[in-house]
Design a protein around this ligand. Sequence first.
Ligand code: G6P
Length: 368
Amino acid sequence: EAAEKGGYDHFMLKEIYEQPKAIRDTLSPRVNNENEIRLDDISITKEELDRINRVYIIACGTAYHAGLLGKILIEKYVNVPVIADVASEFRYGNTFIDENTLMIVVSQSGETADTLAALRLAKEKGARVIAVTNVVGSTISREADDVFYTWAGPEIAVASTKAYTTQLVSLALIAMQMATIKGTITEEDYSGILNGLNKLSKQVKSLLEKEDLVKEAAKEIYNAEHIFYIGRGIDYDVAREGALKLKEISYIHCEAMPAGELKHGTIALIEEGTPVIAVATQEHLYEKMVSNIKEVKARGAYVIALAKEGNEDIEETADSVIYIPEVIDELTSVLNVIPLQLLAYYVAVMRGCDVDKPRNLAKSVTVE
Ligand code: G6P
């Protein structure tokens, strides 16, 4: 097993460090020499896309958090309403599925029982199903109409890391492809996203080099009983993933809140020293986030902020800041999640937890 870990203490850390390569492997078969996105994986035509009036993105756990970005990108660039839901809620709720529905299921393993059931329900009702999965030949990959492999390589640690970042990249590629076929994206937006995607692998690598900074931050919070994550828009989605990561492997109660919603309840829980992880990387929401950080600081919170390089004024408000490199707002989660994964990892290690095999959790949930 030590050999399989390739010199790392845990599979989780190894997989965190594999992300620059995993992202390259997701992208390279799909971006041609002319720097255009070409997805052979998805055979949907313009006629079919024009008919689609609703998209469901269905998944569980970390894959669901990745799916939330798919919703934002497809709504914005493909101009069709998207419902993102966890599979266990979706399958027992009211659904509006017919032959004009597209469902995208996201599943690292391709075996999650609830996600598979959602796929079968959609197919029964005549919807087209695209699977985003990491495991070749998995049940979900066999039953979907189109399969988009994330090519992240085997993920062993229960807490998902490289599957998430490659799912984000995959969903961005799918959204771009759909928008191109449908003719709903401007050249400027298209090249902005494509250039952003091409830079991610190197940027993730540069963030991994900030490991020591994250370790310092972990030292400040590893004894906490409760940790809150806040963000707005896409940053709220990655905050949810960060909170999930930390609770899964450290057993600290973690909760992510949309920052603007704090004052409707959660702020009552902020006391002297309560750690708050604030993700503040959406340009148009930055000032709002700074105000939210001030609100929790005023109640005694210890704030670790994630901000973009160039927004150094945040140091006046937050206790500790981790900067992420310049990136378009739509792709920030791929970068933000890196320090959040490392933070979860180091907190869990400092607490002496079994990082790769957390109690009560399974890598793949094939029973209900
Ligand atoms: C389990 C795993 C998570 C994963 C979720 C969905 O809870 O522990 O890491 O995100 O299942 O799994 P899937 O294989 O469908 O992505």
